[in-house]
Write a protein that binds this ligand. Sequence first.
Ligand code: C2O
Ligand code: CU
Ligand code: CU
Length: 436
Amino acid sequence: ISFSKTKKAKFSSQKSLVQIYTDKPTEVLTFRGMLPNPTIRIKRGENFDLEFTNRLPQPTIIHWHGLIVPSVMDGHPKDVIPANKTKHYHYKVDQSAGTFWYHTHPHARTGKEIYHGLSGFYIIEDDEEKRLNLPSGEFDLPLSIQDRRFDENRKLFYKDKEVPQDNNGVLGDVILVNATPFPYKNVKNRKYRLRILNSSSVRTYNLAFDGIEEFALIATDAGLLEAPLMVKNVIVSVAERIDIVIDFKDKRIGDTVTLKNLGFKEVSNLKLHPKYPDFDAKMDIMQFHISEKAEDTSSLPAKLVHIPRMKASEAVRTRTITMEMIAGGLWTLNRKPYDMYRIDERVKLGTTEIWELKNSVHMGHPFHMHGVRFQVLDRSGKIDFPTDKGWKDTVLVMPFETVRIIVKFTMPGLFLYHCHILEHEDQAMMANFFVE
Ligand code: C2O
Ligand code: CU
Ligand code: CU
């Protein structure tokens, strides 16, 4: 759905039956009765206007992941709306073009709701990007990747009683792309822009292609990079997005290119249940069939946008956030259980700070902040993440690693920061900051 001055969109979270497999429908949760949920496309400067009715039996709320919007519009879990009640979201979109997403955010139930379907793409466009003439229209494909579990009756199931490790994160054995298991797409022999979102519960993907050796990384979470970066593979942890340009021009009609997960070890010594593919399992994700010749009028410019580099010297202070498991096996930030009414950090509006994210455990955590975008200053670990070069709202902190991010606070009000492994944020790996 696109937004314009005259249109008001309507969403309602609801139980729906959809055809994920051809033989039997699956019960899921949707915003409009089908999956994938609508992709929101909006231009910078336009007003977002949406009426959201909660048709679930329990309270919920929608959050616009990566958008910098007034705190009352952000979808904080304390603002959940009861069953059969409506919330009117309206705000002006004023940030650079990028691939964002939306999902529900009720405390302790986010994992289960996203798992059953309540997420979608939110794409911001602007004139600066338009001038670049990147592949667009039918050559711009948003791909939302999720691993899931289905039983013989094609019923989706979430936590498995036989798998105590599910509290560390639910790993599935079926990979869905836009709610379809191992799909294929007919493509033309030219450039495509793929907007890839990892909307899984815990799995980190190390993405590469069979049949294409190199592709261009052009954007990270919150916008375009300064210049395209040629890569052979990219690591995408939960909630991160990458935009890439892939060129099928050297392929012949009839060729197939496969998007695959090389597997990624983000835990150092967790023993996993053999029932589901481990963190580093290799899996095929989707296929592209080169089916038609086409002229390519799009470009991949050598320069994209200017990213002002934030310097450590601009920061007024450094805060340390630790990632730890406390007694009882509870995942926390700074060893505190989550309290949605407690303000954990107070920040001055308009200032810049360094947040030092210290992971003291054997499992990686994708750290996310609402209401801001940030840059990665440095990390103590050995892996060099190409995505560290761009604007971020989520960053993977590897086991025993410290990552320093630099962030300017431009929106007043109460916002969240949390681990985006859904089972961790549903426990206690979440906290509030207040910008004043
Ligand atoms: Cu994807 Cu608290 O957000
Ligand atoms: Cu968010
Ligand atoms: Cu975590």
